[in-house]
Write a protein that binds this ligand. Structure first.
Ligand SMILES: Nc1ncnc2c1ncn2[C@@H]1O[C@H](COP(=O)(O)OP(=O)(O)OP(=O)(O)O)[C@@H](O)[C@H]1O
Length: 580
Protein backbone atom coordinates (compact mmCIF):
# COMPACT_ATOMS: atom_id res chain seq x y z
CA UNK A 1 0.00 0.00 0.00
CA UNK A 2 2.82 2.34 1.04
CA UNK A 3 4.76 1.42 -2.11
CA UNK A 4 1.67 2.11 -4.21
CA UNK A 5 1.30 5.54 -2.55
CA UNK A 6 4.91 6.34 -3.30
CA UNK A 7 4.62 5.24 -6.93
CA UNK A 8 1.46 7.27 -7.29
CA UNK A 9 3.07 10.41 -5.87
CA UNK A 10 6.10 9.99 -8.13
CA UNK A 11 3.83 9.47 -11.15
CA UNK A 12 1.75 12.53 -10.25
CA UNK A 13 4.88 14.66 -10.01
CA UNK A 14 6.08 13.55 -13.42
CA UNK A 15 2.63 13.90 -15.02
CA UNK A 16 1.09 17.01 -13.55
CA UNK A 17 -2.65 17.12 -14.13
CA UNK A 18 -4.48 20.28 -15.19
CA UNK A 19 -6.55 21.87 -12.43
CA UNK A 20 -10.01 20.34 -12.73
CA UNK A 21 -13.24 22.03 -11.84
CA UNK A 22 -15.81 19.53 -10.65
CA UNK A 23 -19.18 21.18 -11.06
CA UNK A 24 -21.24 18.59 -9.15
CA UNK A 25 -19.09 18.72 -5.98
CA UNK A 26 -21.10 20.60 -3.34
CA UNK A 27 -19.38 23.70 -1.98
CA UNK A 28 -20.26 22.67 1.57
CA UNK A 29 -18.59 19.32 1.10
CA UNK A 30 -15.46 20.94 -0.30
CA UNK A 31 -15.36 23.36 2.64
CA UNK A 32 -15.86 20.53 5.15
CA UNK A 33 -13.05 18.55 3.54
CA UNK A 34 -10.69 21.54 3.67
CA UNK A 35 -11.58 22.23 7.32
CA UNK A 36 -11.16 18.54 8.18
CA UNK A 37 -7.72 18.51 6.52
CA UNK A 38 -6.65 21.70 8.31
CA UNK A 39 -7.91 20.33 11.63
CA UNK A 40 -5.95 17.12 11.10
CA UNK A 41 -2.80 18.97 10.07
CA UNK A 42 -3.01 21.39 13.00
CA UNK A 43 -4.49 18.83 15.42
CA UNK A 44 -1.86 19.50 18.04
CA UNK A 45 -2.33 23.28 17.98
CA UNK A 46 -6.14 22.88 17.96
CA UNK A 47 -6.18 20.36 20.83
CA UNK A 48 -7.24 22.83 23.62
CA UNK A 49 -10.15 24.18 21.51
CA UNK A 50 -11.22 20.68 20.46
CA UNK A 51 -11.07 19.53 24.10
CA UNK A 52 -13.27 22.51 25.07
CA UNK A 53 -15.82 21.69 22.35
CA UNK A 54 -15.81 18.02 23.36
CA UNK A 55 -16.44 19.00 26.99
CA UNK A 56 -19.31 21.26 25.91
CA UNK A 57 -20.92 18.44 23.89
CA UNK A 58 -20.39 15.84 26.66
CA UNK A 59 -21.85 18.28 29.22
CA UNK A 60 -24.94 18.76 27.05
CA UNK A 61 -25.37 15.02 26.62
CA UNK A 62 -24.87 14.12 30.30
CA UNK A 63 -27.15 16.92 31.51
CA UNK A 64 -29.83 15.74 29.11
CA UNK A 65 -29.69 12.03 29.95
CA UNK A 66 -27.87 11.54 33.35
CA UNK A 67 -28.00 14.87 35.20
CA UNK A 68 -28.03 13.08 38.61
CA UNK A 69 -24.76 11.30 37.87
CA UNK A 70 -22.62 14.45 38.54
CA UNK A 71 -21.20 12.95 41.81
CA UNK A 72 -19.81 10.07 39.76
CA UNK A 73 -18.21 12.53 37.29
CA UNK A 74 -16.70 14.40 40.24
CA UNK A 75 -15.34 11.14 41.71
CA UNK A 76 -13.76 10.07 38.41
CA UNK A 77 -12.24 13.56 38.04
CA UNK A 78 -10.68 13.42 41.52
CA UNK A 79 -9.30 9.92 40.89
CA UNK A 80 -7.83 10.86 37.51
CA UNK A 81 -6.29 14.05 38.92
CA UNK A 82 -4.59 12.19 41.76
CA UNK A 83 -3.42 9.35 39.48
CA UNK A 84 -1.90 11.79 37.01
CA UNK A 85 -0.36 14.11 39.57
CA UNK A 86 1.06 11.50 41.90
CA UNK A 87 1.38 8.22 40.02
CA UNK A 88 2.21 9.50 36.50
CA UNK A 89 -0.76 7.52 35.13
CA UNK A 90 -1.61 7.19 32.26
CA UNK A 91 1.29 8.78 30.35
CA UNK A 92 4.29 8.18 32.57
CA UNK A 93 5.25 11.85 32.37
CA UNK A 94 8.61 12.33 34.10
CA UNK A 95 8.90 16.12 34.37
CA UNK A 96 7.05 17.51 37.35
CA UNK A 97 5.98 20.69 35.48
CA UNK A 98 4.33 18.60 32.76
CA UNK A 99 2.70 16.35 35.38
CA UNK A 100 1.35 19.38 37.26
CA UNK A 101 -0.03 20.78 34.00
CA UNK A 102 -1.75 17.48 33.12
CA UNK A 103 -3.26 17.14 36.62
CA UNK A 104 -4.50 20.77 36.60
CA UNK A 105 -6.07 20.35 33.15
CA UNK A 106 -7.90 17.19 34.27
CA UNK A 107 -9.09 18.86 37.48
CA UNK A 108 -10.36 21.97 35.63
CA UNK A 109 -11.94 20.01 32.75
CA UNK A 110 -13.52 17.41 35.05
CA UNK A 111 -14.75 20.09 37.46
CA UNK A 112 -16.38 21.98 34.62
CA UNK A 113 -17.98 18.77 33.30
CA UNK A 114 -19.35 17.98 36.79
CA UNK A 115 -21.01 21.40 36.92
CA UNK A 116 -22.25 21.10 33.33
CA UNK A 117 -23.74 17.64 34.08
CA UNK A 118 -25.70 19.06 37.03
CA UNK A 119 -26.65 22.47 35.58
CA UNK A 120 -26.31 22.20 31.79
CA UNK A 121 -23.48 23.42 29.52
CA UNK A 122 -25.23 26.70 28.73
CA UNK A 123 -25.95 27.64 32.36
CA UNK A 124 -24.31 30.97 33.18
CA UNK A 125 -21.39 31.42 33.85
CA UNK A 126 -20.23 27.97 32.59
CA UNK A 127 -19.60 29.01 28.93
CA UNK A 128 -17.46 31.98 30.05
CA UNK A 129 -15.55 29.76 32.48
CA UNK A 130 -14.90 27.25 29.70
CA UNK A 131 -13.54 29.91 27.32
CA UNK A 132 -11.27 31.33 30.04
CA UNK A 133 -10.05 27.82 30.95
CA UNK A 134 -9.26 27.06 27.27
CA UNK A 135 -7.19 30.24 27.06
CA UNK A 136 -5.45 29.79 30.43
CA UNK A 137 -4.55 26.14 29.84
CA UNK A 138 -4.01 26.64 26.10
CA UNK A 139 -1.20 29.18 26.44
CA UNK A 140 1.28 26.80 28.13
CA UNK A 141 0.24 24.09 25.67
CA UNK A 142 0.86 26.26 22.60
CA UNK A 143 4.12 27.56 24.02
CA UNK A 144 5.50 24.17 25.08
CA UNK A 145 8.85 23.73 23.28
CA UNK A 146 8.84 19.92 23.27
CA UNK A 147 5.27 19.75 21.95
CA UNK A 148 6.13 22.12 19.11
CA UNK A 149 9.25 20.10 18.34
CA UNK A 150 7.20 16.90 18.35
CA UNK A 151 4.76 18.41 15.85
CA UNK A 152 7.61 19.49 13.57
CA UNK A 153 9.09 16.00 13.77
CA UNK A 154 5.73 14.38 12.98
CA UNK A 155 5.45 16.54 9.89
CA UNK A 156 8.95 15.61 8.78
CA UNK A 157 8.21 11.91 9.25
CA UNK A 158 5.02 12.32 7.28
CA UNK A 159 6.85 14.10 4.47
CA UNK A 160 9.97 11.88 4.58
CA UNK A 161 9.08 9.61 1.60
CA UNK A 162 8.86 12.69 -0.65
CA UNK A 163 11.98 14.29 0.85
CA UNK A 164 13.86 11.01 0.48
CA UNK A 165 12.91 10.84 -3.20
CA UNK A 166 14.17 14.38 -3.71
CA UNK A 167 17.56 13.87 -2.05
CA UNK A 168 18.25 10.50 -3.59
CA UNK A 169 17.48 8.25 -0.63
CA UNK A 170 14.28 6.87 -2.09
CA UNK A 171 12.97 3.82 -0.33
CA UNK A 172 14.40 4.80 3.06
CA UNK A 173 11.93 4.95 5.95
CA UNK A 174 11.79 6.71 9.29
CA UNK A 175 10.82 4.01 11.78
CA UNK A 176 10.53 6.15 14.90
CA UNK A 177 11.51 9.57 16.14
CA UNK A 178 12.15 11.00 19.58
CA UNK A 179 12.36 14.63 20.62
CA UNK A 180 15.24 15.22 23.02
CA UNK A 181 16.77 18.17 24.82
CA UNK A 182 18.86 19.32 21.87
CA UNK A 183 16.57 18.52 18.93
CA UNK A 184 15.33 15.17 17.73
CA UNK A 185 16.60 11.86 16.48
CA UNK A 186 15.05 9.33 14.14
CA UNK A 187 15.79 5.67 13.50
CA UNK A 188 15.97 5.03 9.79
CA UNK A 189 15.64 1.88 7.76
CA UNK A 190 17.40 2.04 4.42
CA UNK A 191 16.30 0.48 1.16
CA UNK A 192 18.06 -2.86 0.55
CA UNK A 193 21.34 -1.99 -1.14
CA UNK A 194 21.62 1.43 0.45
CA UNK A 195 24.27 1.96 3.12
CA UNK A 196 24.94 4.51 5.81
CA UNK A 197 27.70 5.92 3.57
CA UNK A 198 24.94 6.92 1.11
CA UNK A 199 23.13 8.82 3.88
CA UNK A 200 26.37 10.45 5.10
CA UNK A 201 27.18 11.59 1.56
CA UNK A 202 23.80 13.32 1.40
CA UNK A 203 23.95 15.11 4.75
CA UNK A 204 24.09 18.61 3.17
CA UNK A 205 21.08 17.69 0.99
CA UNK A 206 19.19 16.40 4.05
CA UNK A 207 19.93 19.65 5.90
CA UNK A 208 18.62 21.63 2.97
CA UNK A 209 15.48 19.46 2.67
CA UNK A 210 14.73 19.67 6.40
CA UNK A 211 15.45 23.40 6.45
CA UNK A 212 18.00 23.16 9.28
CA UNK A 213 21.15 25.23 9.73
CA UNK A 214 24.27 23.80 8.02
CA UNK A 215 25.99 21.22 10.21
CA UNK A 216 22.84 20.35 12.19
CA UNK A 217 22.45 16.74 10.96
CA UNK A 218 24.47 13.79 12.27
CA UNK A 219 24.23 10.22 11.05
CA UNK A 220 25.26 7.25 13.17
CA UNK A 221 25.41 3.64 12.03
CA UNK A 222 23.27 1.10 13.89
CA UNK A 223 25.94 -1.28 15.22
CA UNK A 224 23.54 -4.22 14.91
CA UNK A 225 22.28 -3.66 11.35
CA UNK A 226 24.12 -2.42 8.24
CA UNK A 227 20.90 -1.11 6.71
CA UNK A 228 19.83 1.03 9.65
CA UNK A 229 21.08 4.23 11.17
CA UNK A 230 20.17 7.01 13.54
CA UNK A 231 19.77 10.50 12.17
CA UNK A 232 20.15 13.26 14.74
CA UNK A 233 19.00 16.79 14.09
CA UNK A 234 20.61 19.21 16.50
CA UNK A 235 18.40 22.28 16.87
CA UNK A 236 20.34 23.78 19.78
CA UNK A 237 24.10 23.21 19.74
CA UNK A 238 24.92 21.49 23.04
CA UNK A 239 28.53 22.55 22.56
CA UNK A 240 27.82 26.21 21.98
CA UNK A 241 29.46 27.26 25.23
CA UNK A 242 32.82 26.26 26.70
CA UNK A 243 32.65 23.29 29.10
CA UNK A 244 34.72 23.86 32.24
CA UNK A 245 37.21 21.15 33.13
CA UNK A 246 36.00 19.24 36.21
CA UNK A 247 39.57 18.39 37.27
CA UNK A 248 41.58 15.18 36.88
CA UNK A 249 39.65 11.92 37.02
CA UNK A 250 42.49 9.49 36.23
CA UNK A 251 44.68 8.20 39.03
CA UNK A 252 46.74 5.69 37.06
CA UNK A 253 47.55 5.43 33.38
CA UNK A 254 45.22 2.43 33.20
CA UNK A 255 42.27 4.78 33.78
CA UNK A 256 40.85 6.24 30.57
CA UNK A 257 41.37 9.98 30.21
CA UNK A 258 38.21 12.12 30.07
CA UNK A 259 38.76 14.59 27.25
CA UNK A 260 35.35 16.26 27.10
CA UNK A 261 31.74 15.45 26.28
CA UNK A 262 29.84 14.16 23.28
CA UNK A 263 26.69 15.88 22.06
CA UNK A 264 24.52 13.45 24.02
CA UNK A 265 26.28 14.59 27.21
CA UNK A 266 28.20 11.32 27.68
CA UNK A 267 31.86 11.82 28.45
CA UNK A 268 34.66 11.07 25.99
CA UNK A 269 36.90 8.54 27.74
CA UNK A 270 40.04 7.55 25.90
CA UNK A 271 42.50 4.88 27.09
CA UNK A 272 46.16 5.96 26.76
CA UNK A 273 48.04 3.09 28.39
CA UNK A 274 50.34 1.49 25.79
CA UNK A 275 49.04 3.80 23.08
CA UNK A 276 50.53 6.68 21.17
CA UNK A 277 48.24 9.61 20.47
CA UNK A 278 48.07 12.22 17.74
CA UNK A 279 46.20 15.50 18.14
CA UNK A 280 45.72 17.38 14.88
CA UNK A 281 43.94 20.53 13.87
CA UNK A 282 44.48 23.88 12.28
CA UNK A 283 45.83 26.85 14.17
CA UNK A 284 43.57 27.99 17.04
CA UNK A 285 41.51 24.81 16.85
CA UNK A 286 42.31 23.95 20.47
CA UNK A 287 45.23 21.48 20.22
CA UNK A 288 46.95 22.92 23.27
CA UNK A 289 43.59 22.84 25.03
CA UNK A 290 43.32 19.07 24.46
CA UNK A 291 46.98 18.62 25.47
CA UNK A 292 46.20 20.47 28.69
CA UNK A 293 43.26 18.18 29.47
CA UNK A 294 45.47 15.13 28.93
CA UNK A 295 48.33 16.61 30.95
CA UNK A 296 45.94 17.66 33.71
CA UNK A 297 45.00 14.00 34.10
CA UNK A 298 48.45 12.52 33.58
CA UNK A 299 50.04 14.66 36.30
CA UNK A 300 47.54 13.12 38.73
CA UNK A 301 48.62 9.58 37.74
CA UNK A 302 51.16 8.12 40.11
CA UNK A 303 52.58 5.71 37.56
CA UNK A 304 53.60 8.12 34.78
CA UNK A 305 56.77 10.12 34.33
CA UNK A 306 56.23 13.01 31.95
CA UNK A 307 58.74 14.50 29.57
CA UNK A 308 57.89 17.43 27.31
CA UNK A 309 59.16 18.87 24.06
CA UNK A 310 57.98 22.35 23.23
CA UNK A 311 59.96 24.03 20.52
CA UNK A 312 57.85 27.17 20.72
CA UNK A 313 60.24 28.23 23.47
CA UNK A 314 58.26 26.38 26.12
CA UNK A 315 55.23 28.62 25.60
CA UNK A 316 52.69 25.79 25.90
CA UNK A 317 54.34 23.30 28.25
CA UNK A 318 56.31 25.63 30.57
CA UNK A 319 53.30 26.06 32.91
CA UNK A 320 53.43 22.29 33.51
CA UNK A 321 57.19 22.40 34.20
CA UNK A 322 56.86 21.60 37.94
CA UNK A 323 55.34 18.25 36.96
CA UNK A 324 57.55 17.47 33.98
CA UNK A 325 60.64 15.43 34.74
CA UNK A 326 62.23 17.01 31.66
CA UNK A 327 61.28 19.80 29.32
CA UNK A 328 63.15 20.34 26.07
CA UNK A 329 62.71 23.74 24.49
CA UNK A 330 65.53 23.70 21.94
CA UNK A 331 66.20 21.26 19.08
CA UNK A 332 69.36 19.97 20.79
CA UNK A 333 67.55 19.30 24.04
CA UNK A 334 64.75 17.63 22.13
CA UNK A 335 67.18 15.36 20.27
CA UNK A 336 68.88 14.43 23.55
CA UNK A 337 65.55 13.80 25.26
CA UNK A 338 64.38 11.46 22.51
CA UNK A 339 67.74 9.68 22.43
CA UNK A 340 67.37 9.12 26.17
CA UNK A 341 63.86 7.81 25.60
CA UNK A 342 65.31 5.24 23.21
CA UNK A 343 67.91 4.33 25.84
CA UNK A 344 65.11 3.79 28.36
CA UNK A 345 63.28 1.72 25.79
CA UNK A 346 66.26 -0.49 25.14
CA UNK A 347 66.99 -0.99 28.82
CA UNK A 348 63.39 -1.97 29.44
CA UNK A 349 63.33 -4.27 26.41
CA UNK A 350 66.48 -5.94 27.67
CA UNK A 351 65.11 -6.32 31.20
CA UNK A 352 61.79 -7.63 29.90
CA UNK A 353 63.42 -10.23 27.70
CA UNK A 354 65.63 -11.35 30.60
CA UNK A 355 62.61 -11.50 32.86
CA UNK A 356 60.73 -13.35 30.12
CA UNK A 357 57.89 -10.85 30.09
CA UNK A 358 56.47 -9.30 26.97
CA UNK A 359 55.25 -6.04 28.45
CA UNK A 360 56.45 -3.54 31.02
CA UNK A 361 53.91 -3.51 33.86
CA UNK A 362 53.52 0.05 35.06
CA UNK A 363 53.51 0.78 38.79
CA UNK A 364 54.54 3.88 40.78
CA UNK A 365 57.97 2.24 41.19
CA UNK A 366 58.24 1.34 37.52
CA UNK A 367 56.27 4.14 35.88
CA UNK A 368 55.36 4.58 32.25
CA UNK A 369 57.19 7.30 30.36
CA UNK A 370 54.95 9.63 28.34
CA UNK A 371 56.64 12.12 26.01
CA UNK A 372 54.44 15.07 25.10
CA UNK A 373 55.46 16.90 21.93
CA UNK A 374 53.75 20.17 21.08
CA UNK A 375 53.93 20.88 17.32
CA UNK A 376 55.67 17.81 16.03
CA UNK A 377 56.34 19.42 12.61
CA UNK A 378 58.66 21.92 14.32
CA UNK A 379 60.73 19.01 15.61
CA UNK A 380 61.00 17.50 12.13
CA UNK A 381 62.13 20.83 10.69
CA UNK A 382 64.62 21.83 13.35
CA UNK A 383 65.89 18.54 14.75
CA UNK A 384 65.72 15.99 11.94
CA UNK A 385 68.16 13.76 13.89
CA UNK A 386 65.50 13.37 16.56
CA UNK A 387 62.93 11.97 14.15
CA UNK A 388 64.60 8.55 13.96
CA UNK A 389 64.46 8.32 17.76
CA UNK A 390 60.81 9.38 17.81
CA UNK A 391 59.97 6.71 15.24
CA UNK A 392 61.85 4.14 17.22
CA UNK A 393 59.81 5.04 20.30
CA UNK A 394 56.62 4.92 18.24
CA UNK A 395 57.43 1.47 16.84
CA UNK A 396 58.67 -0.21 19.99
CA UNK A 397 57.44 1.91 22.88
CA UNK A 398 53.94 0.62 23.48
CA UNK A 399 54.75 -2.71 25.11
CA UNK A 400 57.49 -1.04 27.16
CA UNK A 401 55.22 1.76 28.37
CA UNK A 402 57.10 4.53 26.57
CA UNK A 403 54.32 6.48 24.86
CA UNK A 404 54.20 9.51 22.59
CA UNK A 405 51.56 12.21 22.64
CA UNK A 406 52.10 14.54 19.69
CA UNK A 407 50.18 17.59 18.53
CA UNK A 408 50.52 19.00 15.06
CA UNK A 409 48.73 21.35 12.71
CA UNK A 410 48.83 19.15 9.64
CA UNK A 411 50.33 15.68 9.80
CA UNK A 412 51.53 15.45 6.19
CA UNK A 413 54.16 12.89 5.24
CA UNK A 414 56.76 15.65 5.48
CA UNK A 415 55.52 17.08 8.77
CA UNK A 416 55.43 13.61 10.32
CA UNK A 417 58.93 12.81 9.12
CA UNK A 418 57.82 10.23 6.58
CA UNK A 419 54.59 9.05 8.14
CA UNK A 420 55.94 5.94 9.87
CA UNK A 421 55.18 7.60 13.17
CA UNK A 422 51.61 8.51 12.28
CA UNK A 423 50.76 4.92 11.43
CA UNK A 424 51.70 3.91 14.99
CA UNK A 425 49.33 6.41 16.59
CA UNK A 426 46.25 4.47 17.67
CA UNK A 427 44.50 7.38 19.37
CA UNK A 428 43.66 10.21 16.96
CA UNK A 429 42.00 13.42 17.98
CA UNK A 430 40.94 15.58 15.05
CA UNK A 431 40.02 19.19 15.77
CA UNK A 432 38.90 21.71 13.16
CA UNK A 433 40.84 21.40 9.91
CA UNK A 434 41.10 23.96 7.15
CA UNK A 435 40.98 21.57 4.21
CA UNK A 436 38.66 18.59 3.98
CA UNK A 437 41.47 16.21 2.98
CA UNK A 438 43.28 16.95 6.27
CA UNK A 439 40.65 14.75 7.95
CA UNK A 440 42.11 11.71 6.19
CA UNK A 441 45.63 12.83 7.13
CA UNK A 442 44.86 13.09 10.83
CA UNK A 443 42.41 10.22 11.22
CA UNK A 444 42.97 7.80 8.36
CA UNK A 445 42.20 7.28 4.72
CA UNK A 446 38.49 7.26 3.93
CA UNK A 447 37.39 8.86 7.20
CA UNK A 448 36.10 12.01 5.51
CA UNK A 449 33.81 9.93 3.31
CA UNK A 450 32.76 7.89 6.33
CA UNK A 451 31.32 11.01 7.95
CA UNK A 452 34.16 12.44 10.06
CA UNK A 453 33.50 15.99 8.89
CA UNK A 454 36.09 17.87 10.93
CA UNK A 455 36.09 20.75 8.43
CA UNK A 456 32.60 21.66 9.71
CA UNK A 457 33.65 21.93 13.37
CA UNK A 458 32.92 25.54 14.20
CA UNK A 459 34.54 26.32 17.55
CA UNK A 460 37.87 25.68 19.26
CA UNK A 461 37.95 22.51 21.28
CA UNK A 462 35.35 20.67 19.15
CA UNK A 463 36.77 17.41 17.92
CA UNK A 464 36.28 13.89 16.60
CA UNK A 465 38.11 11.04 18.25
CA UNK A 466 39.18 7.74 16.76
CA UNK A 467 40.36 5.24 19.36
CA UNK A 468 39.44 1.92 20.95
CA UNK A 469 35.72 2.09 21.63
CA UNK A 470 35.29 5.19 19.46
CA UNK A 471 34.78 4.17 15.87
CA UNK A 472 31.73 6.28 15.06
CA UNK A 473 31.97 9.88 13.88
CA UNK A 474 30.55 11.58 16.99
CA UNK A 475 31.29 15.21 17.71
CA UNK A 476 32.67 16.15 21.07
CA UNK A 477 33.95 19.24 22.80
CA UNK A 478 37.04 19.21 24.96
CA UNK A 479 36.91 20.61 28.46
CA UNK A 480 38.33 24.08 28.71
CA UNK A 481 41.37 24.11 30.97
CA UNK A 482 42.12 27.68 32.02
CA UNK A 483 45.55 29.06 32.94
CA UNK A 484 44.46 29.05 36.59
CA UNK A 485 43.54 25.37 36.32
CA UNK A 486 46.97 24.60 34.88
CA UNK A 487 48.78 26.58 37.59
CA UNK A 488 46.76 25.07 40.44
CA UNK A 489 46.94 21.51 39.14
CA UNK A 490 50.67 21.71 38.42
CA UNK A 491 51.32 23.09 41.91
CA UNK A 492 49.09 20.48 43.55
CA UNK A 493 50.75 17.45 41.97
CA UNK A 494 54.37 18.69 41.64
CA UNK A 495 55.45 16.95 44.85
CA UNK A 496 53.71 13.71 44.07
CA UNK A 497 55.37 12.93 40.77
CA UNK A 498 57.16 9.57 40.61
CA UNK A 499 60.83 9.19 39.66
CA UNK A 500 61.92 7.02 36.78
CA UNK A 501 62.75 3.50 37.90
CA UNK A 502 66.48 2.91 38.60
CA UNK A 503 66.88 0.71 35.50
CA UNK A 504 65.59 3.45 33.15
CA UNK A 505 67.48 6.19 35.00
CA UNK A 506 70.72 4.21 34.76
CA UNK A 507 70.15 3.81 31.01
CA UNK A 508 69.96 7.59 30.68
CA UNK A 509 73.03 8.23 32.81
CA UNK A 510 75.11 5.49 31.19
CA UNK A 511 75.88 7.00 27.75
CA UNK A 512 77.27 10.21 29.21
CA UNK A 513 79.46 8.17 31.55
CA UNK A 514 80.60 5.97 28.69
CA UNK A 515 81.45 8.89 26.44
CA UNK A 516 82.93 11.04 29.12
CA UNK A 517 83.88 9.33 32.38
CA UNK A 518 83.10 11.40 35.46
CA UNK A 519 85.89 13.72 36.44
CA UNK A 520 87.69 13.31 39.71
CA UNK A 521 86.01 15.44 42.37
CA UNK A 522 87.02 19.05 41.82
CA UNK A 523 88.87 20.80 44.59
CA UNK A 524 85.71 22.67 45.58
CA UNK A 525 82.59 20.86 44.36
CA UNK A 526 80.37 23.29 46.23
CA UNK A 527 81.57 26.31 44.23
CA UNK A 528 81.58 24.20 41.01
CA UNK A 529 77.92 23.44 41.69
CA UNK A 530 77.04 27.07 42.36
CA UNK A 531 78.83 28.37 39.26
CA UNK A 532 77.18 25.63 37.12
CA UNK A 533 73.80 26.76 38.47
CA UNK A 534 74.70 30.41 37.82
CA UNK A 535 75.63 29.71 34.23
CA UNK A 536 72.73 27.32 33.59
CA UNK A 537 70.45 28.18 30.63
CA UNK A 538 66.84 29.27 31.24
CA UNK A 539 65.68 25.65 31.10
CA UNK A 540 68.09 24.81 33.96
CA UNK A 541 70.56 21.92 34.24
CA UNK A 542 69.64 18.27 34.70
CA UNK A 543 71.12 16.17 37.52
CA UNK A 544 73.51 14.25 35.20
CA UNK A 545 74.89 17.59 33.96
CA UNK A 546 75.46 18.71 37.56
CA UNK A 547 77.16 15.37 38.31
CA UNK A 548 79.45 16.06 35.37
CA UNK A 549 80.18 19.61 36.52
CA UNK A 550 81.03 18.69 40.11
CA UNK A 551 82.26 15.14 39.81
CA UNK A 552 80.12 14.31 42.85
CA UNK A 553 77.55 11.56 43.37
CA UNK A 554 73.80 11.94 42.73
CA UNK A 555 72.88 11.86 46.44
CA UNK A 556 75.38 14.63 47.26
CA UNK A 557 73.91 16.75 44.45
CA UNK A 558 70.37 16.23 45.75
CA UNK A 559 71.38 17.15 49.30
CA UNK A 560 73.14 20.34 48.23
CA UNK A 561 70.36 21.36 45.87
CA UNK A 562 67.82 21.04 48.68
CA UNK A 563 70.01 23.15 50.95
CA UNK A 564 70.59 25.82 48.28
CA UNK A 565 66.87 25.83 47.42
CA UNK A 566 65.98 26.39 51.09
CA UNK A 567 68.48 29.27 51.21
CA UNK A 568 67.05 30.77 48.00
CA UNK A 569 70.27 30.18 46.03
CA UNK A 570 68.79 27.58 43.63
CA UNK A 571 65.39 26.79 42.18
CA UNK A 572 63.87 23.96 40.26
CA UNK A 573 62.73 25.33 36.88
CA UNK A 574 61.31 22.00 35.69
CA UNK A 575 61.15 18.58 37.21
CA UNK A 576 64.80 17.57 37.76
CA UNK A 577 66.24 20.78 36.22
CA UNK A 578 67.89 23.39 38.35
CA UNK A 579 69.19 26.90 38.04
CA UNK A 580 70.48 29.61 40.37
N1 LIG B 1 37.81 23.25 24.78
C1 LIG B 1 37.76 24.57 24.56
N2 LIG B 1 36.63 25.24 24.79
C2 LIG B 1 36.57 26.58 24.56
N3 LIG B 1 37.59 27.32 24.08
C3 LIG B 1 38.75 26.69 23.82
C4 LIG B 1 38.90 25.28 24.03
N4 LIG B 1 40.15 24.93 23.67
C5 LIG B 1 40.76 26.07 23.26
N5 LIG B 1 39.92 27.11 23.34
C6 LIG B 1 40.24 28.51 23.00
O1 LIG B 1 40.67 28.57 21.66
C7 LIG B 1 41.83 29.36 21.51
C8 LIG B 1 42.94 28.60 20.81
O2 LIG B 1 43.23 27.44 21.57
P1 LIG B 1 44.65 26.71 21.50
O3 LIG B 1 45.77 27.64 21.79
O4 LIG B 1 44.53 25.49 22.34
O5 LIG B 1 44.69 26.33 19.96
P2 LIG B 1 45.89 25.67 19.18
O6 LIG B 1 45.28 24.79 18.16
O7 LIG B 1 46.86 25.04 20.12
O8 LIG B 1 46.55 26.94 18.51
P3 LIG B 1 48.02 27.01 17.86
O9 LIG B 1 48.00 26.14 16.64
O10 LIG B 1 48.16 28.46 17.53
O11 LIG B 1 48.97 26.53 18.91
C9 LIG B 1 42.21 29.81 22.91
O12 LIG B 1 41.81 31.15 23.07
C10 LIG B 1 41.43 28.95 23.84
O13 LIG B 1 40.96 29.66 24.98
Amino acid sequence: MRAYGRRHRRWSRRNPQPLLFVPHESLLRLAMTAIGRALFRFRSEAAPICAGLALMATGLLLHHSHRTSWPLVALITAGATIATGLRRIPWGIERWTERAYAATSIAVGGGWLTAATALGSGHSPLPTVLVLAIIALGVPWWAHRRRRARVRVDRVIHAWPDLADTIGLNGSRVMSAVVDTWGWRARMKLRPGQSVADVVARVPAIESALGTRPGAVRVEQDPAHAGRCTMRVIAVDPHAGAIPWPGPTARTLADPIELGVFEDATSVRVPLLRRHALIGGTTDSGKSGVLNVVLGNLVACTDVVLWGIDLKGGMELQPWAPCLARLATTPDEAARLLADAVAVLEARADASSRGNSRVWETTPDAPALVIVIDEYAELVDTAPDAVGHAESVARRGRALAVDLLAATQRPTQKAMGGGALRSQMSVRVCLRVRERRDVDLILDKGMLTAGWHAHTLDAPGKFYVLADGHNQPRRARAYLVTDDHVRDTAARYADRRPELDPLSQAAIDRPSRALEPPKAPTADPESALLSALDEAPDGGLAIPELIKATGMRRTWIYDRLQAHAAAGRARQVARGRWKA
